[in-house]
Ligand binder design. Structure first.
Ligand SMILES: *Cc1c(COP(=O)(O)O)cnc(C)c1O
Length: 397
């Protein structure tokens, strides 16, 4: 059967495929230290699970409004006001089957062939594929470890053409953990506003932020920027709810309406029971978030300390999310156990096959000098895995 061109151009998620390879080795009886995880290693908090159990018992098992139940959308409106200082009405909120689905909807309703979407690299790989699916052209702007993986206003200005339609912002970032400061967002925002470029602001890691920083939504910086921004968020990362599949968008009314209309012909409403659980996540106790953040900080600090002590490794201290993104360009071209490491993908292969440590090569995120390590795994695993990474990197010659 012949596949449509659209389908032929999709690259499968490399982060999920490395995870799958590591899990396959584990299933085969090999002990693998897996730094590939893209989800919290904590269980969903009990109060949230109980809300879902109650929803089932109460018969909340039918279709809901396409864009989500009113109580959940109301809770999202309240959350945006309280956490982000942003006023939205109910009709501007669309709940979907995960933030990934929210992103899919928004790219579909905003972009088409002939449009350009400005995407800073390293980027979360799904953006690239979702942009390509619309026929729009991704304009990738590289950033490096030396400039803290932050796009400068000059870089943004240089990337703009008459076809620029959208800018993708992800702070805190997956894979780098970078958090843009208010001043940095203002500088980018000014250029975007002047050029009337819409912004997709993926704020899924909003709650996983360290150093006492506070998350700033670019939409909160001016009324003009709010009108240009679609905020994407969800419960997956903040509440350890990746399997429940609930994300949401807050958008200008016509955009929200178009997203809901599109959704009405694909998935319809997200799962009713998961919506009930998400309502409890947003309105119930936030204690579990604080506990998770406290644990992540310890792991982050330990990892960065270990990595920066290895010769040839450059690693910034990430401000949020649960990833570190060390740069190893100084080590490329060396060899280990008779194998030449020509790029970071070779390094990832050697680490997995010889030492049974799974890392995600940076090429998956548009940066072949780096790799991503998730610290959503136990401190014991982190210690053991870093011992092995250190052994390999120090033996490279
Ligand atoms: C995990 C992730 C998402 C998607 O989360 P969902 O599980 O689909 O809600 C979106 N953006 C980034 C950057 C992520 O890392």
């Amino acid at each position: 059967m012949k596949l449509a061109e659209r389908a032929q151009n999709i690259s499968p998620s490399p982060t999920l495929s490395i995870d799958a390879q590591a899990k396959k080795m584990t299933a085969g009886g090999v002990k693998v230290i897996n730094f590939g995880a893209g989800e919290p290693d904590f269980d969903t908090p009990e109060n949230i699970k109980q809300a879902a159990v109650k929803a089932i018992a109460d018969g909340m098992t039918k279709y809901t409004p396409v864009a989500g139940i009113e109580s959940l959308r109301q809770a999202i409106v309240k959350k945006l006001a309280k956490d982000n200082g942003l006023q939205y009405e109910l009709g501007q909120i669309v709940v979907s089957a995960g933030a990934k689905h929210s992103l899919y909807n928004v790219f579909q309703v905003l972009c088409q062939e002939g449009d350009e979407v400005i995407l800073p690299a390293p980027y979360w790989v799904t953006y690239l594929e979702q942009i390509k699916l619309t026929g729009a052209k991704p304009v990738i702007v590289p950033t490096t470890v030396e400039n803290g993986f932050k796009m400068t206003p000059a870089q943004l200005q240089n990337a703009i053409t008459p076809n620029s339609r959208l800018f993708v912002l992800n702070s805190p970032s997956n894979p780098t953990g970078v958090v843009y400061t208010k001043a940095e967002l203002e500088a980018l925002g000014e250029i975007l506003e002047k050029n009337n470029i819409a912004i997709i602001s993926d704020e899924i890691y909003e709650k996983l932020i360290y150093n006492g920083d506070r998350h700033i939504s670019i939409a909160s910086l001016s009324p003009g920027l709010k009108d240009l921004t679609v905020i994407i968020n969800g419960v997956s990362k903040s509440y350890a709810m990746t399997g429940w599949r609930i994300g949401y968008a807050a958008a200008p009314l016509p955009v929200a309406k178009a997203m809901a209309d599109l959704q009405s012909h694909s998935t319809s409403n997200p799962t009713s029971i998961a919506q009930a659980a998400s309502l409890e996540a947003l309105t119930g106790t936030q204690e579990s978030v604080q506990q998770m953040v406290a644990e992540f900080v310890k792991r982050r600090d330990y990892m960065v300390e270990r990595l920066t002590a290895i010769p040839g490794v450059q690693c910034n201290l990430p401000g949020g999310a649960f990833y570190v993104f060390p740069d190893v360009k100084a080590l490329i071209g060396k060899s280990y156990a008779g194998e030449t490491i020509n790029n970071v993908t070779d390094l990832a292969r050697v680490l997995l096959e010889i030492e049974h440590v799974a890392i995600v090569p940076g090429v998956a995120f548009g940066d072949d000098n780096c790799f991503r390590l998730s610290y959503a795994t136990s401190m014991d695993n982190i210690r053991e895995g870093l011992d092995l990474i250190e052994k390999v990197l120090k033996a490279l010659q």
